[in-house]
Design a protein around this ligand. Structure first.
Ligand code: IFM
Length: 445
């Protein structure tokens, strides 16, 4: 049973959210528009035709939400800052009212003894920078470094960690590769160039933040997955190797080996990115931690369709295969491939389910099982020597699930969007009890 697994006493337990998905208050107090405001206000882009204007109204309800976080007994809260709230145009003037909101949020978290883990960029680029070329422009990487510097300068002594990006794979491939996400571009060459600029911006931001002497640990968050061949055929195995290279090594190699994976470069051919001399030295700045978001694996097949869902123990409401052992496999493989891998946080893990309120309760037992089994496989990786320092459940509460709108529920707390009532699901109560048991073990040790 997971309850009896002993995690290290200083292990960090948390929950995670992101700004655009929960804050709402899209135009409040001088906030500028972001590409997700623009994108989601076109109902054709979002499956249920909704947008992020109100979301969970966290901007106005943050006190209540921090009390909710505290009631779970977590050590830490991972959240992101909306760049256009603190710098409306993405360059030039800072918006003090925007910074005040994050200061109040930090005050509230501090008062309850909850450590703050900040992500600088969770996909909501200021619209002004998009007009200037967005992530296709190298200049955006420099604007990002300025923003990172300012945040680290102001808040660096109050944050446990600062991550530059959340899931740059998504920004590049869903934002520029297949137009599912903002800014809605479908152009493979652009997607690959954008991924390079995102990595460059990460390195530049690491440099600018280090210059502030912040005490926060600095790093980046990647979404990673294992890729297995559907059969033992050579064709399937080759596809699985290419998937591993394109999704994981494409980001890990520049960070830890100052290069892109050869397999991907060959596959990209003329779509390979423009790289300037010195870029890899900038990208490969030492990082204090790597955030890993793990949800599923890919099973690759040379037959049609090329990605074969397997679903031995089921699928989530996103249609993602539930594959807990992939977390062990992923982390151990990373440790073997990257001897200089820094400490890891599982910065996201969780599932979307069709949750319903019955008699004031939500019996999301499948989510409990999902989290429980992933905690076990995370611990198995730790037992294999992977230095995992913390786990953040995605997500604290139901929220705006990007192009799925509010239809997909990832929260351990149910949000009734009509009333903004928060109802802890069975998984929230389970997580609370699990953490209390961990706490008892800490005290007994
Ligand atoms: O909701 C997202 C989050 O913003 C980034 N990681 C994956 C989650 C679930 O799709």
């Amino acid at each position: 049973m997971t309850d009896s697994i002993r995690f290290p006493a200083n292990f960090t337990w948390g929950v995670a959210t992101s700004a655009f998905q929960i804050e709402g208050a899209a135009d409040a107090d001088g906030k500028g528009p972001s590409i997700w405001d623009t994108f989601s206000r076109n109902p054709a882009n979002i499956k249920d035709g909704t947008n992020g204007d109100v979301a969970c109204d966290h901007y106005n309800r943050y006190r209540e939400d921090v009390a909710l976080i505290a009631s779970l007994g977590v050590d830490a809260y991972r959240f992101s800052m909306a760049w256009s709230r603190v710098q409306p145009a993405g360059k030039g003037a800072w918006n003090e009212k925007g910074f005040d909101f994050y200061k109040r949020l930090l005050d509230e978290l501090d008062a309850r003894g909850i450590a703050s883990h900040l992500t600088l960029y969770h996909w909501d680029l200021p619209q002004g920078l998009q007009i200037d070329g967005g992530w296709m422009s190298r200049d955006t990487a420099h604007r990002f470094a300025d923003y990172a510097h300012e945040v680290a300068r102001r808040f660096g002594d109050r944050l446990a960690t600062i991550a530059t990006h959340n899931e740059p794979w998504c920004t590049a491939n869903l934002g520029y590769g297949n137009a599912q996400f903002a800014p809605g571009v479908a152009d493979k060459k652009q997607a690959i160039q954008v991924s390079h600029h995102l990595l460059l911006s990460h390195g530049l931001a690491m440099q600018s933040m280090r210059a502030t002497n912040t005490e926060a640990d600095l790093g980046i968050v990647l979404n990673l997955w294992t890729a297995d061949p559907a059969t033992d055929s050579e064709a399937d195995r080759k596809l699985a190797a290419l998937e591993w290279a394109n999704s994981n090594e494409w980001f890990l190699d520049p960070l830890f080996k100052k290069r892109y994976p050869e397999l991907s470069l060959q596959a990209h051919g003329a779509n390979a990115p423009d790289i300037q001399e010195g870029d890899f030295d900038i990208i490969a700045q030492p990082i204090d931690f790597l955030g890993v978001n793990y949800y599923r694996r890919e099973v690759m097949s040379a037959e049609d369709p090329p990605r074969k869902p397997v679903g031995g123990i089921g699928f989530t409401d996103m249609g993602w295969e539930i594959y807990p052992q992939g977390l062990t496999e992923l982390l151990v493989k990373m440790k073997d491939e990257y001897p200089n891998l820094p400490p890891v946080y599982i910065t996201e893990n969780g599932m979307a389910a069709v949750d319903v309120v019955e008699d004031g309760q939500v019996a999301d037992n499948q989510r409990i099982e999902y989290v429980r089994t992933h905690l076990e496989t995370m611990k198995a990786a730790m037992d294999h020597g992977v230095d995992v320092r913390g786990y953040f459940l995605w997500s604290l509460m139901d929220n705006f699930e990007w192009n799925s709108g509010y239809a997909k529920r990832f929260g351990i707390v149910y949000v009734d969007y009509a009333t903004q009532q928060r109802i802890p699901k069975a998984s929230a109560l389970w997580y609370r009890d699990f953490l209390a048991a961990q706490q008892r073990q800490r005290q007994a040790a």
